[in-house]
Write a protein that binds this ligand. Sequence first.
Ligand SMILES: Cc1cc2nc3c(=O)[nH]c(=O)nc-3n(C[C@H](O)[C@H](O)[C@H](O)COP(=O)(O)OP(=O)(O)OC[C@H]3O[C@@H](n4cnc5c(N)ncnc54)[C@H](O)[C@@H]3O)c2cc1C
Ligand SMILES: Cc1cc2nc3c(=O)[nH]c(=O)nc-3n(C[C@H](O)[C@H](O)[C@H](O)COP(=O)(O)O)c2cc1C
Length: 749
Amino acid sequence: MNLRDPSHEIEVFERNAPGVTFGWGVVFSDLTVDNITRNDPASAKTINEELAHWDDIDVHFRGETITSGGHGFIGIGRKRLLEILQDRARALGVVLHFNAECDPTDSKWRDYDLVIASDGSNSRFRDAQPEAFGVDVDVRANKFVWLGTSKVFDAFTFAFEETEHGWIWAHAYRFAPDCSTFIVECSEETWRSFGFDRMSQDESIASCERLFARYLDGHSLQSNATHLVGSAAWLNFKRIKCERWSSGNVILLGDAAHTAHFSIGSGTKLALEDAIKLADLLNRKGLSLEAALDEYQAERSLEVLKLQNSARNSTEWFETLERYTHFEPLQFAYSLLTRSQRISHENLRLRDREWLETVERWFWKRATEGKSNKTAPPMFAPFKLREMEVMNRVTVSPMAMYSAVDGVPNDFHFVHYGERAIGGAGLVFTEMTCVSPEGRISPGCTGMWNGDHIAAWKRIVDFVHTQSKAKICLQLGHSGAKGSTKLGWEGNDVPLDDGNWPVMAASDVPWSPVNQVPRPMTRADMDTVRDQFVAAVRMGLEAGFDMVELHAAHGYLLAGFISPLQNKRTDEYGGSLENRLRFPLEVFAAMRAAWPKERPMSVRISATDWAGESGITPDEAVLIGEAFAQEGADLIDVSAGQTWAGQQPVYGRMFQTPFSDRIRNEGKLATMAVGNIYEPDHANSILAAGRADLVALARPHLVDPFWTLRAAAALDYREVAVPPQYLNGMAQLARNMKREAEAAAALRV
Ligand SMILES: Cc1cc2nc3c(=O)[nH]c(=O)nc-3n(C[C@H](O)[C@H](O)[C@H](O)COP(=O)(O)OP(=O)(O)OC[C@H]3O[C@@H](n4cnc5c(N)ncnc54)[C@H](O)[C@@H]3O)c2cc1C
Ligand SMILES: Cc1cc2nc3c(=O)[nH]c(=O)nc-3n(C[C@H](O)[C@H](O)[C@H](O)COP(=O)(O)O)c2cc1C
């Protein structure tokens, strides 16, 4: 404020004495330093001179050290940063008061035009008016303690130790020539099992010194959290969000308004950038205070939201660490580096090409059982399910085309599927193909209940097999409560104007107030539907499909049995998850028995109802995946939601992939991820990090049947299956893309 206008009268009140602070070093990115420099070159110059720089990340895991480079970190001591900023503030005429505890109820605050509450994550000013600020605090599961050491780490170091009490790990980095931050973290269970809850601070520190002795080379660990006694030195991170950042004359800034997580190290950056933005706006001529505060929150909260999303991914990665501890060290390190989804496969290539190529070779070696260790993107590696091998990991996700007559696929379908098969994807799924006329969603859905269907599908399958190297999977389903509705583009889930047919479902719960009330299924109905699925499987075999998928997601008949929001039955098919799964599993087992042993089967599930604890949760999705796997499912196709009309999904890039990650790595099952995966970089990051075995893209394939070929051209991968008729075009595309990439790289330099 005083930089912008020296006539402002600013006072700072700090409860601590000068030079006293909690915590050790902070890490910045180059971009943050640029922002600070633009704001105040004078203080930035001093900060710049004292920054510690390092490039490498070392991951110590199961006796191996995995080192990757090019990460470009800079760090500085918290104490030193505060000293620099305090000196600069004094020089600009700011009055600093130390040892000055502030009480929000004190009437003196009314005398100030503005009170900037930058009093940290435990802000008294914020907590004095929780409703006015709309405070939302999420206390995270793990325990951590923020320590320092005189051991100087050359690289940003993650050290994971497996002990009889569980995993415990350290995040360590240098922030001064003679000092490093050393944060120790573990689950609450491990923490209690170690007895940290009963130890004094000194005992805790001594234990950590013993645990991490091999990394400390005889240096000790120290705490400066002198205000915290005993086990209180160990904290649970609090994720803070506020709906409103100002109330009356109080404005929240920094941790008082929002926190990210120490594992992505952005809290100081956010606090500094809040301050810069707020000062800019409060000094902008002609802007009212109200408008300034609105703009402050609108602009900053967007930035905060992005970081909080990354921070959530990163926090959860550490909270669910044991999901990944069966990984080989290289993949474990890759998973750690890409945990927040801010760093992708291609980012890692830019940072350290050699290391990334080691990961790619490792991936190919595993994918080909040692036959190949080529350096190539993971999405092009083959994958085997029973005797079916797909040539790459890209799948055309099932998409209803609403264009059949009496369930019979026609020339549109022939061209649609044929074109996507020659477009380079390893596996093409059909749309949800219905096992009976009344099992259709709309009159335009494809079916598999008579000879006409077999013949029409066979024509398509034969084309795929003779003209492409793709495999084709038949997705079978029954619409249940969501049946008898208009074509997709005439209105989603809207009943027909006329000619509606009666619908049935697990219970008499309509999809929405405008939809029919379904008839609850009797056991005889279940027998009929199960047999229809089995008959459709046999027809699929006649048509020559390579694979069959059971659609048990998105609120259709079988999903309606699984979700407690749709299934209100009181018999053995309702109630517990085990009961709700009984009929879908019976159908799956009967289909499996009718499908050849050497051909794979998958099931599509909704891994959450997006309804909190009242619907299917991602934890239950692991159990659902395991239950189908026991009946012979080779792949869990992990979708989410669309199981009730009031769902509250959280969208974003790759937004459903975390569910696939969980099912794959907790259930130890093969999975396919789907949902807003649209760049080759997304696919490669998901696959190399072991978050899925296959990636499915739906909407991107609607406008670009040749998505895979385009990706191959962009990544300069030559061995993709190009139809010979198109070879010239592919070569030209690859050359052009290479030239463009080189020009873009030159511009960056
Ligand atoms: C383990 C750990 C590691 C971290 N690592 C990084 C990192 O590497 N990079 C990064 O950018 N961020 C990091 N952070 C986050 C960072 O520390 C915070 O986001 C940042 O300090 C927020 O700054 P702030 O000014 O809002 O709050 P604080 O730094 O908490 O400052 C609040 C100040 O207000 C004072 N105060 C509080 N209440 C009162 C009162 N009633 N009266 C008077 N004074 C009061 C406190 O004494 C304190 O000095 C880390 C956090 C943790 C927990
Ligand atoms: C037009 C359209 C039709 C769809 N039909 C089906 C379907 O028949 N069966 C199914 O399981 N999913 C269906 N889906 C969902 C997609 O397979 C996919 O899960 C979803 O679109 C998210 O992936 P995306 O972000 O790549 O589009 C459909 C999606 C679209 C856009």
